[in-house]
Ligand binder design. Structure first.
Ligand SMILES: [Mn+2]
Length: 462
Protein backbone atom coordinates (compact mmCIF):
# COMPACT_ATOMS: atom_id res chain seq x y z
CA UNK A 1 0.00 0.00 0.00
CA UNK A 2 1.29 3.44 -0.96
CA UNK A 3 0.51 6.78 0.64
CA UNK A 4 0.42 10.22 -0.89
CA UNK A 5 -0.02 13.51 0.93
CA UNK A 6 -1.25 16.67 -0.76
CA UNK A 7 -0.50 19.82 1.22
CA UNK A 8 -1.22 23.49 0.84
CA UNK A 9 1.51 24.43 3.32
CA UNK A 10 3.45 22.68 6.08
CA UNK A 11 0.93 23.31 8.89
CA UNK A 12 0.07 19.63 9.00
CA UNK A 13 3.72 18.64 9.35
CA UNK A 14 4.16 21.14 12.12
CA UNK A 15 1.12 19.90 14.01
CA UNK A 16 1.54 16.15 13.59
CA UNK A 17 5.32 16.15 13.42
CA UNK A 18 7.46 14.16 11.01
CA UNK A 19 7.32 10.94 13.02
CA UNK A 20 3.82 9.89 11.99
CA UNK A 21 4.68 10.52 8.34
CA UNK A 22 7.94 8.62 8.52
CA UNK A 23 5.86 5.62 9.55
CA UNK A 24 3.63 5.91 6.45
CA UNK A 25 6.57 6.74 4.14
CA UNK A 26 4.37 8.81 1.83
CA UNK A 27 5.19 10.72 -1.32
CA UNK A 28 4.31 14.36 -0.72
CA UNK A 29 2.77 16.41 -3.49
CA UNK A 30 3.51 20.12 -3.15
CA UNK A 31 1.87 22.96 -5.03
CA UNK A 32 4.80 25.38 -4.79
CA UNK A 33 8.60 25.17 -5.02
CA UNK A 34 8.98 26.73 -1.57
CA UNK A 35 6.81 24.06 0.02
CA UNK A 36 8.67 21.35 -1.92
CA UNK A 37 11.95 22.53 -0.35
CA UNK A 38 10.68 22.76 3.17
CA UNK A 39 9.18 19.24 2.95
CA UNK A 40 12.34 17.70 1.51
CA UNK A 41 14.41 19.54 4.13
CA UNK A 42 12.45 17.59 6.73
CA UNK A 43 13.57 14.35 5.13
CA UNK A 44 10.50 13.38 3.12
CA UNK A 45 10.08 12.42 -0.53
CA UNK A 46 8.26 15.16 -2.39
CA UNK A 47 7.15 16.03 -5.92
CA UNK A 48 6.14 19.48 -7.12
CA UNK A 49 3.37 20.36 -9.59
CA UNK A 50 -0.13 21.67 -10.18
CA UNK A 51 -2.45 19.77 -7.86
CA UNK A 52 -5.51 20.46 -9.96
CA UNK A 53 -3.92 19.01 -13.11
CA UNK A 54 -4.64 15.35 -13.95
CA UNK A 55 -1.11 15.18 -15.37
CA UNK A 56 0.17 15.40 -11.80
CA UNK A 57 -1.49 12.09 -10.86
CA UNK A 58 -1.37 9.99 -14.04
CA UNK A 59 2.33 9.00 -13.66
CA UNK A 60 1.55 7.73 -10.14
CA UNK A 61 -0.73 4.97 -11.48
CA UNK A 62 -3.06 5.28 -8.50
CA UNK A 63 -5.07 2.16 -7.61
CA UNK A 64 -7.61 0.99 -5.04
CA UNK A 65 -4.69 -0.07 -2.82
CA UNK A 66 -3.42 3.50 -2.47
CA UNK A 67 -4.39 6.22 -0.04
CA UNK A 68 -4.21 9.96 -0.61
CA UNK A 69 -4.31 12.30 2.38
CA UNK A 70 -5.40 15.81 1.45
CA UNK A 71 -4.92 18.87 3.62
CA UNK A 72 -6.22 21.78 1.58
CA UNK A 73 -8.42 24.25 3.39
CA UNK A 74 -9.60 26.37 0.48
CA UNK A 75 -12.81 24.69 -0.58
CA UNK A 76 -12.79 25.54 -4.31
CA UNK A 77 -9.24 24.17 -4.70
CA UNK A 78 -10.14 21.14 -2.59
CA UNK A 79 -13.17 20.42 -4.77
CA UNK A 80 -11.07 20.65 -7.92
CA UNK A 81 -8.44 18.27 -6.54
CA UNK A 82 -11.04 15.72 -5.41
CA UNK A 83 -12.72 15.89 -8.80
CA UNK A 84 -9.44 15.28 -10.61
CA UNK A 85 -8.46 12.45 -8.27
CA UNK A 86 -11.84 10.85 -8.71
CA UNK A 87 -11.55 11.10 -12.47
CA UNK A 88 -8.04 9.62 -12.51
CA UNK A 89 -8.68 6.77 -10.05
CA UNK A 90 -12.17 6.62 -8.49
CA UNK A 91 -11.22 3.60 -6.34
CA UNK A 92 -8.32 5.27 -4.52
CA UNK A 93 -9.04 6.05 -0.86
CA UNK A 94 -8.97 9.75 -0.07
CA UNK A 95 -8.74 11.08 3.48
CA UNK A 96 -9.60 14.78 3.65
CA UNK A 97 -8.26 16.61 6.70
CA UNK A 98 -10.82 19.38 6.87
CA UNK A 99 -14.54 19.84 6.96
CA UNK A 100 -15.28 19.62 3.22
CA UNK A 101 -18.52 21.57 3.13
CA UNK A 102 -20.88 20.53 0.43
CA UNK A 103 -18.94 17.39 -0.48
CA UNK A 104 -21.15 14.34 -0.24
CA UNK A 105 -20.05 10.79 0.32
CA UNK A 106 -22.41 9.77 -2.48
CA UNK A 107 -20.35 11.78 -4.88
CA UNK A 108 -17.02 10.32 -3.69
CA UNK A 109 -17.62 6.94 -2.08
CA UNK A 110 -13.88 6.33 -1.50
CA UNK A 111 -13.57 9.55 0.46
CA UNK A 112 -13.67 10.10 4.19
CA UNK A 113 -13.07 13.32 6.06
CA UNK A 114 -11.85 14.11 9.55
CA UNK A 115 -11.16 17.51 10.99
CA UNK A 116 -7.78 18.35 12.46
CA UNK A 117 -9.29 19.29 15.84
CA UNK A 118 -10.94 15.89 16.12
CA UNK A 119 -7.59 14.26 15.32
CA UNK A 120 -5.71 16.26 17.93
CA UNK A 121 -8.20 17.01 20.72
CA UNK A 122 -7.79 13.68 22.52
CA UNK A 123 -4.06 14.26 22.65
CA UNK A 124 -4.62 17.73 24.06
CA UNK A 125 -6.88 16.40 26.82
CA UNK A 126 -4.27 13.80 27.75
CA UNK A 127 -1.51 16.41 27.81
CA UNK A 128 -3.56 18.64 30.11
CA UNK A 129 -4.33 15.69 32.42
CA UNK A 130 -0.68 14.68 32.41
CA UNK A 131 0.32 18.17 33.45
CA UNK A 132 -2.19 18.12 36.29
CA UNK A 133 -1.07 14.68 37.47
CA UNK A 134 2.59 15.61 37.16
CA UNK A 135 2.03 18.45 39.62
CA UNK A 136 0.45 16.04 42.08
CA UNK A 137 3.31 13.58 41.75
CA UNK A 138 5.80 16.38 42.37
CA UNK A 139 3.92 17.33 45.50
CA UNK A 140 3.90 13.71 46.73
CA UNK A 141 7.62 13.39 46.04
CA UNK A 142 8.35 16.61 47.92
CA UNK A 143 6.42 15.47 50.97
CA UNK A 144 8.03 12.04 51.11
CA UNK A 145 11.51 12.92 49.91
CA UNK A 146 13.17 13.10 53.33
CA UNK A 147 11.45 10.04 54.83
CA UNK A 148 13.67 7.16 55.95
CA UNK A 149 10.90 4.77 55.12
CA UNK A 150 7.62 5.43 53.40
CA UNK A 151 5.20 3.07 55.11
CA UNK A 152 2.43 2.22 52.66
CA UNK A 153 -0.65 1.03 54.54
CA UNK A 154 -3.44 -0.88 52.77
CA UNK A 155 -6.73 -2.45 53.96
CA UNK A 156 -6.75 -5.32 56.45
CA UNK A 157 -7.31 -7.87 53.69
CA UNK A 158 -5.35 -6.15 50.91
CA UNK A 159 -7.02 -6.48 47.52
CA UNK A 160 -5.36 -6.32 44.09
CA UNK A 161 -6.22 -2.64 43.64
CA UNK A 162 -4.48 -1.61 46.85
CA UNK A 163 -1.47 -3.87 46.30
CA UNK A 164 -0.98 -2.58 42.75
CA UNK A 165 -1.42 1.02 43.91
CA UNK A 166 1.19 0.57 46.62
CA UNK A 167 3.58 -0.96 44.14
CA UNK A 168 3.03 1.93 41.73
CA UNK A 169 3.64 4.50 44.46
CA UNK A 170 6.88 2.77 45.43
CA UNK A 171 7.98 2.86 41.79
CA UNK A 172 7.09 6.54 41.42
CA UNK A 173 9.17 7.32 44.50
CA UNK A 174 12.08 5.28 43.16
CA UNK A 175 12.11 3.24 46.36
CA UNK A 176 12.30 -0.47 47.12
CA UNK A 177 10.61 -2.94 49.45
CA UNK A 178 12.84 -1.90 52.34
CA UNK A 179 12.46 1.87 52.00
CA UNK A 180 8.77 1.70 51.00
CA UNK A 181 7.22 -1.47 52.45
CA UNK A 182 3.65 -2.49 51.57
CA UNK A 183 1.95 -3.13 54.89
CA UNK A 184 -1.34 -4.30 56.31
CA UNK A 185 -2.85 -4.77 59.77
CA UNK A 186 -4.33 -8.01 58.48
CA UNK A 187 -3.12 -10.28 55.72
CA UNK A 188 -3.84 -11.20 52.14
CA UNK A 189 -6.49 -13.91 52.23
CA UNK A 190 -8.45 -14.44 49.04
CA UNK A 191 -6.91 -17.15 46.82
CA UNK A 192 -6.72 -14.85 43.76
CA UNK A 193 -4.99 -12.17 45.80
CA UNK A 194 -2.56 -14.71 47.22
CA UNK A 195 -1.87 -15.93 43.70
CA UNK A 196 -1.25 -12.33 42.64
CA UNK A 197 1.40 -11.62 45.26
CA UNK A 198 2.99 -15.00 44.73
CA UNK A 199 3.16 -14.83 40.94
CA UNK A 200 4.23 -11.19 40.85
CA UNK A 201 6.61 -11.68 43.79
CA UNK A 202 5.14 -8.89 45.89
CA UNK A 203 5.72 -8.88 49.64
CA UNK A 204 3.03 -7.62 51.97
CA UNK A 205 4.40 -7.07 55.47
CA UNK A 206 2.46 -7.01 58.72
CA UNK A 207 2.10 -3.44 59.91
CA UNK A 208 4.07 -2.87 63.13
CA UNK A 209 3.84 0.21 65.33
CA UNK A 210 7.64 0.63 65.25
CA UNK A 211 7.34 1.35 61.56
CA UNK A 212 5.95 4.75 62.45
CA UNK A 213 8.88 5.76 64.61
CA UNK A 214 11.84 7.93 63.73
CA UNK A 215 11.99 9.53 60.31
CA UNK A 216 9.43 7.25 58.73
CA UNK A 217 6.28 8.57 57.07
CA UNK A 218 2.83 7.04 56.74
CA UNK A 219 0.93 6.81 53.47
CA UNK A 220 -2.44 5.19 52.72
CA UNK A 221 -3.58 3.82 49.38
CA UNK A 222 -7.07 2.60 48.49
CA UNK A 223 -8.21 3.22 52.06
CA UNK A 224 -8.84 6.11 54.48
CA UNK A 225 -8.08 6.46 58.23
CA UNK A 226 -11.68 6.02 59.55
CA UNK A 227 -11.68 2.47 58.09
CA UNK A 228 -9.18 1.37 60.74
CA UNK A 229 -11.12 2.75 63.74
CA UNK A 230 -7.94 3.60 65.61
CA UNK A 231 -5.55 6.52 65.95
CA UNK A 232 -2.64 7.08 63.61
CA UNK A 233 0.09 9.68 63.55
CA UNK A 234 0.04 12.15 60.66
CA UNK A 235 -1.01 10.62 57.34
CA UNK A 236 1.29 12.30 54.83
CA UNK A 237 -0.20 11.10 51.55
CA UNK A 238 -3.54 9.48 50.84
CA UNK A 239 -4.68 8.23 47.43
CA UNK A 240 -8.08 6.59 47.17
CA UNK A 241 -11.34 6.28 45.26
CA UNK A 242 -13.77 5.41 48.05
CA UNK A 243 -16.24 8.08 49.18
CA UNK A 244 -15.20 10.07 52.22
CA UNK A 245 -17.47 9.06 55.08
CA UNK A 246 -15.74 10.78 57.98
CA UNK A 247 -13.39 13.71 58.26
CA UNK A 248 -9.69 13.17 58.74
CA UNK A 249 -6.43 14.91 58.08
CA UNK A 250 -3.78 14.21 55.48
CA UNK A 251 -1.02 16.48 54.26
CA UNK A 252 -1.81 15.59 50.66
CA UNK A 253 -4.78 13.68 49.36
CA UNK A 254 -6.04 12.70 45.96
CA UNK A 255 -9.56 11.34 46.31
CA UNK A 256 -11.35 10.52 43.07
CA UNK A 257 -14.65 8.95 44.04
CA UNK A 258 -15.93 8.65 40.47
CA UNK A 259 -13.01 6.36 39.59
CA UNK A 260 -13.50 2.59 39.67
CA UNK A 261 -10.03 1.92 41.10
CA UNK A 262 -7.12 3.60 42.84
CA UNK A 263 -4.93 1.83 40.27
CA UNK A 264 -6.43 4.14 37.66
CA UNK A 265 -5.13 7.20 39.53
CA UNK A 266 -1.72 5.55 39.87
CA UNK A 267 -1.62 4.68 36.16
CA UNK A 268 -2.29 8.33 35.36
CA UNK A 269 0.59 9.34 37.64
CA UNK A 270 2.91 6.91 35.88
CA UNK A 271 1.78 8.14 32.46
CA UNK A 272 2.33 11.75 33.48
CA UNK A 273 5.81 10.90 34.69
CA UNK A 274 6.55 8.85 31.59
CA UNK A 275 7.66 6.04 33.88
CA UNK A 276 8.70 2.87 32.10
CA UNK A 277 6.14 0.19 32.90
CA UNK A 278 7.58 -3.17 33.82
CA UNK A 279 5.47 -6.27 33.10
CA UNK A 280 5.08 -6.76 36.82
CA UNK A 281 3.74 -3.28 37.51
CA UNK A 282 1.51 -3.14 34.43
CA UNK A 283 0.09 -6.59 35.20
CA UNK A 284 -0.59 -5.66 38.82
CA UNK A 285 -2.32 -2.38 37.90
CA UNK A 286 -4.33 -3.95 35.09
CA UNK A 287 -5.51 -6.69 37.42
CA UNK A 288 -6.22 -4.06 40.10
CA UNK A 289 -8.53 -2.17 37.76
CA UNK A 290 -10.05 -5.35 36.39
CA UNK A 291 -10.92 -6.81 39.78
CA UNK A 292 -12.19 -3.56 41.33
CA UNK A 293 -14.45 -2.82 38.36
CA UNK A 294 -15.45 -6.43 37.59
CA UNK A 295 -13.80 -6.17 34.19
CA UNK A 296 -14.90 -2.58 33.65
CA UNK A 297 -18.56 -3.40 34.26
CA UNK A 298 -19.10 -1.90 37.69
CA UNK A 299 -18.77 1.79 38.58
CA UNK A 300 -16.40 2.44 35.75
CA UNK A 301 -15.22 5.86 34.68
CA UNK A 302 -13.88 6.81 31.26
CA UNK A 303 -10.56 7.16 33.07
CA UNK A 304 -10.61 3.48 34.11
CA UNK A 305 -11.06 2.38 30.51
CA UNK A 306 -8.28 4.75 29.39
CA UNK A 307 -5.89 3.44 32.08
CA UNK A 308 -6.76 -0.16 31.24
CA UNK A 309 -6.02 0.52 27.58
CA UNK A 310 -2.75 2.22 28.48
CA UNK A 311 -1.61 -0.76 30.56
CA UNK A 312 -2.88 -3.48 28.25
CA UNK A 313 0.13 -3.79 25.88
CA UNK A 314 2.57 -3.87 28.83
CA UNK A 315 0.77 -6.47 30.95
CA UNK A 316 1.41 -10.19 31.03
CA UNK A 317 -2.01 -11.65 30.23
CA UNK A 318 -0.91 -15.19 30.84
CA UNK A 319 -0.10 -14.20 34.42
CA UNK A 320 -3.49 -12.49 34.79
CA UNK A 321 -5.14 -15.75 33.75
CA UNK A 322 -3.08 -17.68 36.27
CA UNK A 323 -3.99 -15.22 39.01
CA UNK A 324 -7.68 -15.54 38.22
CA UNK A 325 -7.55 -19.32 38.04
CA UNK A 326 -5.12 -20.46 40.74
CA UNK A 327 -3.36 -23.74 40.05
CA UNK A 328 -5.09 -26.91 41.07
CA UNK A 329 -2.82 -28.98 43.36
CA UNK A 330 -2.41 -32.57 42.16
CA UNK A 331 -3.33 -34.01 45.53
CA UNK A 332 -6.70 -32.29 45.18
CA UNK A 333 -7.70 -34.34 42.14
CA UNK A 334 -8.87 -37.55 43.83
CA UNK A 335 -11.16 -35.85 46.36
CA UNK A 336 -12.55 -33.80 43.46
CA UNK A 337 -13.15 -36.92 41.38
CA UNK A 338 -15.02 -38.48 44.26
CA UNK A 339 -17.06 -35.33 44.82
CA UNK A 340 -17.93 -35.18 41.15
CA UNK A 341 -19.02 -38.81 41.13
CA UNK A 342 -21.30 -38.26 44.14
CA UNK A 343 -22.88 -35.08 42.73
CA UNK A 344 -26.63 -34.69 42.71
CA UNK A 345 -28.62 -32.40 40.44
CA UNK A 346 -32.04 -31.25 41.61
CA UNK A 347 -34.15 -28.44 40.19
CA UNK A 348 -31.21 -27.30 38.03
CA UNK A 349 -28.98 -27.08 41.11
CA UNK A 350 -25.79 -29.13 41.15
CA UNK A 351 -24.60 -30.20 44.61
CA UNK A 352 -21.16 -31.61 45.16
CA UNK A 353 -19.34 -32.24 48.41
CA UNK A 354 -15.58 -32.63 48.97
CA UNK A 355 -15.15 -34.56 52.18
CA UNK A 356 -11.36 -34.31 52.39
CA UNK A 357 -10.60 -30.79 51.23
CA UNK A 358 -6.89 -29.93 51.40
CA UNK A 359 -7.28 -26.29 50.45
CA UNK A 360 -10.21 -24.01 50.95
CA UNK A 361 -9.75 -22.26 47.62
CA UNK A 362 -10.51 -25.54 45.80
CA UNK A 363 -14.14 -25.10 46.78
CA UNK A 364 -14.91 -21.86 44.89
CA UNK A 365 -12.77 -23.04 41.97
CA UNK A 366 -14.72 -26.26 41.77
CA UNK A 367 -18.02 -24.35 42.05
CA UNK A 368 -17.02 -22.26 39.01
CA UNK A 369 -16.32 -25.46 37.14
CA UNK A 370 -19.63 -27.11 38.10
CA UNK A 371 -21.58 -24.12 36.84
CA UNK A 372 -20.45 -25.03 33.33
CA UNK A 373 -22.44 -28.27 33.39
CA UNK A 374 -25.26 -28.36 30.84
CA UNK A 375 -28.68 -27.44 32.23
CA UNK A 376 -27.27 -26.27 35.56
CA UNK A 377 -28.27 -22.84 36.89
CA UNK A 378 -26.73 -23.12 40.34
CA UNK A 379 -23.62 -24.82 41.66
CA UNK A 380 -23.41 -25.52 45.39
CA UNK A 381 -20.03 -26.97 46.32
CA UNK A 382 -19.19 -27.76 49.92
CA UNK A 383 -16.11 -29.07 51.63
CA UNK A 384 -14.72 -29.84 55.05
CA UNK A 385 -11.85 -27.57 55.99
CA UNK A 386 -10.50 -28.24 59.48
CA UNK A 387 -13.55 -28.15 61.76
CA UNK A 388 -15.70 -26.09 59.43
CA UNK A 389 -18.04 -26.74 56.56
CA UNK A 390 -17.37 -24.27 53.75
CA UNK A 391 -20.03 -23.81 51.09
CA UNK A 392 -19.48 -21.95 47.83
CA UNK A 393 -22.43 -21.01 45.66
CA UNK A 394 -22.46 -19.80 42.06
CA UNK A 395 -25.30 -19.05 39.72
CA UNK A 396 -25.61 -18.09 36.08
CA UNK A 397 -26.34 -14.51 37.05
CA UNK A 398 -29.84 -13.71 35.90
CA UNK A 399 -31.74 -15.53 38.63
CA UNK A 400 -32.18 -15.02 42.38
CA UNK A 401 -29.37 -13.37 44.30
CA UNK A 402 -26.98 -16.03 45.54
CA UNK A 403 -26.19 -13.92 48.61
CA UNK A 404 -29.85 -13.81 49.73
CA UNK A 405 -30.46 -17.52 49.20
CA UNK A 406 -27.31 -18.52 51.06
CA UNK A 407 -28.03 -16.19 53.95
CA UNK A 408 -31.48 -17.67 54.31
CA UNK A 409 -30.22 -21.26 54.06
CA UNK A 410 -27.13 -21.17 56.27
CA UNK A 411 -27.16 -17.81 58.07
CA UNK A 412 -28.45 -19.29 61.31
CA UNK A 413 -25.69 -21.92 61.39
CA UNK A 414 -22.67 -19.74 60.71
CA UNK A 415 -21.54 -16.84 58.58
CA UNK A 416 -23.21 -16.52 55.18
CA UNK A 417 -23.54 -13.93 52.48
CA UNK A 418 -22.44 -12.74 49.08
CA UNK A 419 -23.41 -11.01 45.89
CA UNK A 420 -25.81 -11.63 43.05
CA UNK A 421 -23.91 -14.43 41.36
CA UNK A 422 -21.60 -15.73 44.06
CA UNK A 423 -21.92 -16.44 47.76
CA UNK A 424 -20.24 -18.30 50.56
CA UNK A 425 -21.14 -19.79 53.90
CA UNK A 426 -18.89 -21.07 56.67
CA UNK A 427 -20.54 -23.34 59.23
CA UNK A 428 -18.67 -24.67 62.29
CA UNK A 429 -19.26 -28.43 62.43
CA UNK A 430 -20.20 -28.24 66.11
CA UNK A 431 -23.28 -26.22 65.11
CA UNK A 432 -24.68 -29.05 62.98
CA UNK A 433 -23.26 -32.30 64.32
CA UNK A 434 -26.43 -33.06 66.29
CA UNK A 435 -28.55 -32.90 63.15
CA UNK A 436 -26.33 -34.71 60.70
CA UNK A 437 -23.46 -37.20 60.73
CA UNK A 438 -20.67 -34.96 59.46
CA UNK A 439 -18.37 -37.93 58.91
CA UNK A 440 -20.70 -39.23 56.19
CA UNK A 441 -20.31 -37.24 52.95
CA UNK A 442 -23.56 -38.49 51.42
CA UNK A 443 -25.61 -37.49 54.49
CA UNK A 444 -23.87 -34.14 54.64
CA UNK A 445 -24.57 -33.44 50.98
CA UNK A 446 -28.24 -34.34 51.41
CA UNK A 447 -28.44 -32.06 54.44
CA UNK A 448 -26.95 -29.12 52.52
CA UNK A 449 -29.21 -29.79 49.52
CA UNK A 450 -32.32 -29.78 51.68
CA UNK A 451 -31.45 -26.48 53.40
CA UNK A 452 -30.45 -24.86 50.13
CA UNK A 453 -33.50 -25.97 48.10
CA UNK A 454 -35.87 -24.93 50.90
CA UNK A 455 -34.35 -21.47 50.83
CA UNK A 456 -34.30 -21.28 47.05
CA UNK A 457 -37.97 -22.24 46.82
CA UNK A 458 -38.85 -19.65 49.41
CA UNK A 459 -37.16 -17.12 47.19
CA UNK A 460 -38.91 -18.39 44.08
CA UNK A 461 -41.25 -15.46 43.73
CA UNK A 462 -39.77 -14.15 40.53
MN1 LIG B 1 -10.02 -0.03 45.22
Amino acid sequence: MRYFVILKDDTLLQILGDESFHRLKPLFLAGSPGLKHSISDRGHRVRYGDMTDPGMYQPLHLSAEDTVVVHITESTVLRKILKVLHAVSPETSVLVLAGPEGLSADEYPSMRSVTLPSLCSEGLVIAVEDLHNQKKVNRIKNILEDADKVVILMQNDPDPDSIASGLALRTLLGRNRVTAPLTSLGRVERPENLAMIKLLEIEVEPFREELLEGGNKLVMVDVQPPYFQREFPQVEVLIDHHPQVEKYDAVFQDLRVHYGATSTIMTEYLRAENTKLTHKLATALLYGIKSDTLLLERETDRADVAAYTYLYPHANHNLVRRIEHPELPQEGLDPLAEALKNRIIRDRVLFSHIQRCAREDLIPQFADFCLQVEGVEWAVVSGLVDDELVISVRNVGYIRSAGEVVKEAFGKLGSAGGHRSMAKAVVPLKNIDKEVDTSNPIDLQEYIARLFLDSLNKHHMR
